[in-house]
Design a binder for this molecule. Structure first.
Ligand code: NDP
Length: 256
């Protein structure tokens, strides 16, 4: 895997915490000698902390932190337009940024929360993909790259109180599958990884910062860690070009 990652330029959305942050660290740990990471999220200071952590153990990894809200198309345009020269030839996009707001029956979910979830989890994934595909296609080595979309079990098994979040993840799933078919004749791989329960800031965000409520979500289940998902993401990207992990579900062993 390390040899196949050598020299790659990797964009990760939502790299300030949880799974995205773990992906950044895991890519750097696997290929500490020659790798470029473009780490994006809304919290720029936190991204700089991730960059400092990586600099502490992976001397050959160049990190470019960028403040980027994926729900804002203008910010995405600016992001692509302002990439430094040495980060311009992108190999991998990890569409990881995402969130759930609240637990409520469908009639009680506010238009603002619906918009936040769809514009981040769905439009954000689509817009980032649309922004990066032309970069893949224009590559000097003939057009190739990897798109890794982080979906969720929620996109396959909808649950009460999560209708909008589940709908966003089902949308990601459909988009990913159609895109993979559209790109089948190219050297661009489209990969989806759907986690079950992972203990990150995800539940804290869902409950508006209430850490006690967030902790209760994992009662009775030993959740996965961000590292567990990151290992699969790095494994998928590190396969030889003819191998695509098109659709992978990863659960804690005891999650029903
Ligand atoms: P975290 O809350 O720990 O991380 C979410 C990341 O997304 C943060 O880095 C956050 O950064 C970023 N983010 C949120 N909104 C935006 C935005 N508008 N623009 C850019 N970045 C944004 O949660 P996870 O690591 O768990 O979540 C990562 C992905 O995994 C999500 O897509 C989630 O749906 C999915 N997932 C999570 C599961 C879990 O149990 N934790 C299970 C299945 C899927 P910032 O606030 O700095 O912008």
């Amino acid at each position: 895997t390390a040899a196949r990652l050598k020299g790659k330029t990797i964009v990760i959305t939502g790299a300030s915490s949880g799974i995205g942050r773990s992906c950044a660290v895991e890519f750097a740990r696997t290929q500490p000698d020659d790798l470029k990471l473009i780490l994006t999220a809304r919290r720029y200071d936190t991204l700089k902390e991730v960059a400092a952590e990586i600099a502490g153990f992976a001397k050959g990894v160049k990190v470019h932190p960028v403040k980027l809200d994926v729900s804002n198309p203008e910010e995405i345009d600016k992001f692509v337009g302002q990439l430094p020269d040495e980060f311009k030839e992108i190999d991998v996009l990890v569409n990881n940024a995402g969130l759930v707001k609240g637990v409520a029956q469908a009639p009680n979910i506010s238009p603002a929360d619906i918009n936040t979830m769809f514009s981040t989890n769905v439009t954000g994934v689509i817009a980032m993909t649309q922004a990066i595909l032309p970069i893949f296609k224009a590559r000097s080595d003939g057009g190739r790259g990897d798109i890794v979309n982080i979906g969720s079990i929620a996109g396959r098994e909808p649950y009460q109180g999560g209708s909008i979040y589940c709908a966003t993840k089902a949308a990601v799933r459909s988009f990913t599958d159609a895109l993979r078919k559209e790109l089948i004749a190219t050297r661009i791989r489209v990969i989806e990884i759907d986690p079950g329960q992972v203990e990150t800031e995800f539940s804290v965000v869902r409950f508006g910062g209430d850490k006690e409520k967030a902790k209760k979500v994992y009662e009775g289940v030993e959740p996965l860690t961000g590292e567990d998902i990151a290992e699969v993401v790095v494994f998928a990207v590190g396969r030889r070009e003819n191998v695509v992990l098109a659709d992978t579900l990863i659960f804690p062993s005891h999650q029903g």
